[in-house]
Design a protein around this ligand. Sequence first.
Ligand code: GLC
Length: 541
Amino acid sequence: MTQDTLIVPVPDQGEGTRWWRDAVIYQVYVRSFADSGGDGVGDLPGVRSRLPYLAGLGVDALWLTPFYVSPMADFGYDVADYRDVDPLFGTLADARGLIADAHAHGLRIIVDVVPNHTSDRHAWFQAALAASPGSPERARYLFRDGRGPDGARPPNDWESVFGGPAWTRLPDGQWYLHLFAPEQPDLDWENPEVRAEFADILKFWLDLGADGFRVDVAHGMAKAPGLPDVGHADQVEMLGTAVLPYFDQDPVHDIHREWRRLLDSYGGERIAVAEAWAPTHERLADYTRPDELHQAFNFHYLTAPWEASGMRKVIEESLDAAGAVGAPATWVLSNHDVKRHVTRYGGGERGLRRARAAALLTLALPGSAYVYQGEELGLPEVLDLPAEFQQDPQRLRGEDAGRDGCRVPLPWEGEEPPFGFGGTASWLPIPTAWRDLTVAAQREDPDSMLALYHEALRLRHEHPALGDGGLRWLDGPTGTLVFVRETGGDGRLACAVNMSGRPARVPVRGTPLLASGPVHLENEHAELPPDTALWWDVEER
Ligand code: GLC
């Protein structure tokens, strides 16, 4: 075996366990995880009741999507009260109990914070509506006069991520900015009152025991001075690929530096992960400089097609960019905003095979990995949700844009929907075909996706070479990715993934540990079928 590239990220200089550098963080979409109240909507006591499942799966932390008081125009990403729990999801006592129980199970809790915008029902926005143009109440948001003689045209050409103009006009003639739905007015982060309020909100949850934050739209809080036009329509197509005056503006980093100081003032290595869409790997890595946030989601990896050379390039660029600022890379395949990867990778048997291989690839890469609830069950996107159930505001952007299909509740057990989710009918219907995908059904089957995740996570914890550290590429047949993880000390683990579409023969000198599908081993070689991955312990020679 020959080596060609050596990538070793610079380790962070921080103190402590640095748990977050290689943590596997499981995303709980609270609304769709487990329903204890029987109303068809998942809730905090539901999550609490399933902690043994999550601890047993072998993840290190949970990221809980927003459960705060909200009119749910964007399913909780429109927050009306940042310091309380929506009755739909439980009470503050439930949140406290969940955090305490999670800690007792050895799981850390990351909560979502939504700083770019509030709900239009937030007390501040209500006060802004009641106040007049130019008032301090309006100065917490981005209110502007319109263009044209009677101000009837929006102040600029910015478009909402959900489609249509990013501005809505009030009866008094002023417009307010909302980069998302009209029910999500953008805050003005140049206003010190906004900064102080959010510092206080962070402290509230840190005091309650939260181990960190997932920062929603972390690239959005700073807008270019003067709010200049973009000059293009179809801005949605430019998200994350081009520079826009409302995303990834340099001053946003001052906010993250302030937050980092706050996090560091608490014990226990509290962290923040940025949901940031940046045009390049380097711009994304800026969010994780040593004095900023700890991690940023790697959407470049999530959006990479199932193809070896492109995937390798994304992996190298991600490791290089994160390594250059001393941050851990992160690896994400799915979340509540994108089509589930079983479906993205082609769906059906092929999608499932690739998703199994992708799990081994993801969990073998250096850094921290995210698991979106249900990916451990191999759930596909639900593509045929009846229109009357579809509720996601993004669906208004056009056909196929809705995110309801990746938010269908989890099937836990039993023969019929809602498969032990709770109640008699879940808020989005669960396909009857998921009978074979329930947690209970997969627990019985050693070849299930659930069994694969269990074993991979167990090995990831036990094997000294996995988690944080470096990666060395090995030669492999065209269309394959082959690399070795090593610590320099005890043990090396190699991973091969066949993305070529044909069987591939890969040299394997060592002991096979885990395969995503049937692999034939002979004469120090493995014959990998298409879309199959293998981990092995490398023999020292
Ligand atoms: C983030 C969330 C998404 C939400 C949006 C607006 O992208 O992940 O679900 O719609 O922010 O808050």
